[in-house]
Design a protein around this ligand. Structure first.
Ligand SMILES: Cc1ncc(COP(=O)(O)O)c(C=O)c1O
Length: 408
């Protein structure tokens, strides 16, 4: 079937094809996407949806951005792929840009978040193995974390539903069960080569880590000659109202992972490392066929250019504060809102069983959100929403919660 034929399919036929031919890994919502424009997605019947999920923190510039469309067309005609055997103009330029904004020293490009995490884990083990006496192989991860689905990343993803079918996992992983400096201190020893954190846990339900905990992590990594790895795949690149979420904590990691919004919809991930780890990977130690291709890297350069030129990060901070303040006020009117958490455009509303129902009803009203961790209504809107869009969402949520509460 050609692409034109696929366009003629009815929603029931699309669902039937998937049910028959795909592994049943995804439980999809009833939204059949056709195209997008600005902050809106349109379904196959032409119904318009306000996007407050941004493709799960990917579409930071919304849909159909003219500058990204131009790069896609131009670079699509010039060179999509040339392999990592050869040079092209964009990989080094993007590495330079990311190094400058993050304070890191080196970069490696991947195709996804989970591969960026794999690279970070390999850097951590190589760093530990290069230390005298070796045995420095333990990687510390946190309760409630999510780092991806490949074996290494899955092994530090401490949520049973993701790990259970696939055990045994990678060895020498230890879990820090409480977000206190004391729990962290107990977990550390000379055998630890890295501590991996999401400064703001994403899939775990939008949980910003406590400041004293993150700062203790930095201090303990220094004391035990271990690496602090910040997984900013979901919370990085402006999402929290700073370029990187670690900036809120006044610390710098040794290793940083990025993906999701890096090329704003085209697959691209990166691992960055500071001078401490610059020599951990040498020729042949790591590689990928697709990672860092010309189209992906040129798109990412354009994305970062737009974010900076349009001063979108300070807009995320201001409008994010407005959203969070408004939601906190709304909590006093709605008993199902138990807590509002987050920073910038990374917001979680803890609401127990009502979260999934709220997602369903908002979708019916033409607003896209999702439920993280089952009980948290998660908002990750594109950086280009305006206050009118924020108000449209707030009014719709207010109405939906009113309906849910009146029926329960
Ligand atoms: C913090 C974090 N790390 C890693 C990943 C995995 O990224 P990907 O799905 O691109 O493999 C995710 C995805 O949600 C994430 O949120």
């Amino acid at each position: 079937m050609g692409t034109d034929k696929a366009l003629e399919l009815e929603p029931e036929e699309i669902a039937a094809l998937e049910e028959k031919y795909l592994f049943a890994t995804y439980k999809r919502s009833d939204l059949y996407c056709s195209h997008g424009s600005g902050v809106h997605i349109y379904d196959l019947d032409g119904k318009r949806y306000l996007d407050f999920l941004g493709g799960i923190s990917v579409n930071s510039l919304g849909y159909g951005h003219p500058r990204l469309a131009r790069v896609l067309t131009e670079q699509g005609q010039q060179l999509i792929h040339c392999s990592n055997l050869f040079y092209h103009p964009y990989q080094g330029a993007l590495a330079k840009k990311l190094v400058e904004v993050s304070g890191m020293a080196k970069a490696f490009f991947t195709n996804s978040g989970t591969e960026a995490v794999e690279a970070a884990l390999k850097i951590a083990r190589a760093y530990g193995n290069a230390r005298a006496g070796s045995g420095k192989s333990v990687i510390l991860t946190l309760r409630n974390s999510f780092h991806g689905r490949t074996f290494g990343a899955l092994s530090i993803t401490t949520q049973d539903q993701y790990q259970a079918p696939f055990r045994p996992l990678v060895p020498d992983i230890a879990v820090v069960g409480e977000f206190t400096p004391e729990a962290l201190e107990k977990a550390f020893s000379d055998r630890v080569c890295a501590l991996v954190i999401e400064p703001v846990q994403g899939e775990g339900g939008i949980v910003p880590l406590p400041g004293d905990f993150v700062r203790a992590g930095r201090e303990l990594c220094n004391r035990y000659d271990a690496l602090l790895v910040a997984d900013e795949i979901q919370c990085g690149l402006g999402r929290t109202g700073r370029y990187f979420a670690f900036e809120h904590y006044g610390i710098k990691p040794d290793v940083l992972t990025l993906a999701k919004s890096l090329a704003a919809g085209y697959p691209l991930g990166a691992v960055l490392g500071n001078a401490r780890v610059a020599a951990t990977l040498g020729p042949g130690d790591h590689g990928t066929t697709f990672g860092g291709g010309p189209l992906a890297c040129r798109l990412a350069l354009e994305v970062l250019g737009i974010i900076e030129e349009e001063q979108l990060i300070s807009k995320v901070e201001t409008l994010g504060n407005y959203l969070i303040d408004s939601l906190k006020k709304m909590a006093s009117r709605h008993r199902c809102i138990r807590e509002v958490r987050g920073m910038g455009f990374m917001i979680g509303i803890e609401m127990g069983e009502a979260a999934k129902e709220a997602v369903r009803r908002l979708l019916k009203k033409g607003i896209i959100t999702n439920a993280a961790h089952e009980t948290v209504l998660r908002l990750l809107p594109p950086f280009i929403i305006e206050k009118t869009d924020a108000d449209e969402f707030l009014n719709a949520l207010d109405a939906v919660l009113g309906e849910i509460e009146s029926e329960s």
